[in-house]
Design a protein around this ligand. Structure first.
Ligand code: SAM
Length: 261
């Protein structure tokens, strides 16, 4: 199955919907709003003067937010439409950034630059069949001593929604809408995979990265799943039998050496 073409088409369609959504609120972003959340801002820290690679950057708001904070940014995404909108935003805001249309793993094979920081967040891993290749891309793209930062939706929620927790080489193929409020029945075919947290951590370790912190979070900044409830000043939570479920996890890792497999 040509999952890259299928997902590319899905994300081209989704991007068209997303750039017009209240969820992404491009108008306030253009007026100076930072699209990054406290979790990643705190974890990544000061980016002034640092080179930062943003994998699966969508249409670039987070990438350009890092640029506004002083980073020299490169964003990579599979969707041609997302990269087109990222470049338009960059030009409209007169910011510096390189946006590259590519599959993450293909980018890893072709890229020669090494960065101080590699960042990726919120809804990225399920689109990738193979985390070994993903982690190799990260390791190859970092300078020795450079940092990797991931903030991702917790797979616990997927499990409660009926998706497998443990890896299955057969992907989930679905006809589905997107997560913004203006979706209006627009459906796309998507191909996704489950990745338990142990698989993520082991892929990073095997690529030569040293895990420096791992955290789980009960609040999400995004209202993008069924069953979430708003908690003032904290975000959205989900209760299962009256208890909070983990909605996000975050990992900070450092490249101590590059280990080719
Ligand atoms: C949920 S979005 C990431 C969300 C992002 N944090 C945001 O909201 O701005 C997932 C992104 O992954 C991209 N993507 C999916 N498969 C990819 C692949 N194989 N290589 C690169 N990008 C991919 C999609 O085009 C999409 O822009």
């Amino acid at each position: 199955m040509d999952y890259l073409s299928i997902n590319k088409e899905a994300w081209d369609k989704r991007t068209k919907v997303h750039v017009e959504s209240e969820f992404y609120d491009v108008a306030s972003f253009k007026c100076g709003r930072c699209s990054l959340n406290p979790i990643e801002l705190k974890q990544v820290g000061n980016v002034q003067g640092k080179s930062l690679l943003h994998l699966q950057c969508h249409f670039g708001q987070d990438t350009l937010s890092w640029a506004r904070l002083g980073a020299e940014v490169t964003g990579v995404d599979l969707s041609a439409n997302a990269i087109k909108h990222a470049n338009s935003l960059k030009q409209a805001l007169d910011l510096k950034a390189d946006f590259i249309e590519s599959d993450v793993v293909q980018f890893g094979h072709e890229n020669k630059q090494q960065f101080d920081i590699v960042f990726t967040s919120y809804g990225v891993l399920c689109w990738l069949p193979n985390l070994v290749d993903w982690a190799q891309t990260i390791a190859k793209s970092l300078k020795v001593g450079g940092e990797f930062h991931l903030v991702e939706f917790h797979t616990f929620n997927d499990l409660l929604s009926g998706y497998p927790y443990f890896p299955d080489s057969r992907p989930d193929v679905e006809e589905e809408g997107t997560y913004t409020e203006n979706c209006d029945g627009t459906k796309t075919t998507t191909v996704t995979w489950s990745h338990p947290i142990s698989e993520v951590i082991n892929a990073l370790i095997d690529a030569g990265l040293k895990i420096e912190s791992f955290s789980e979070h009960p609040y999400s900044p995004y209202n993008c799943f069924d069953g979430l409830e708003s908690v003032p000043n904290l975000g959205y939570q989900m209760l299962y039998k009256g208890q909070q479920i983990p909605l996000l996890y975050s990992i900070k890792a450092r490249k101590v050496a590059y280990k080719a497999l």
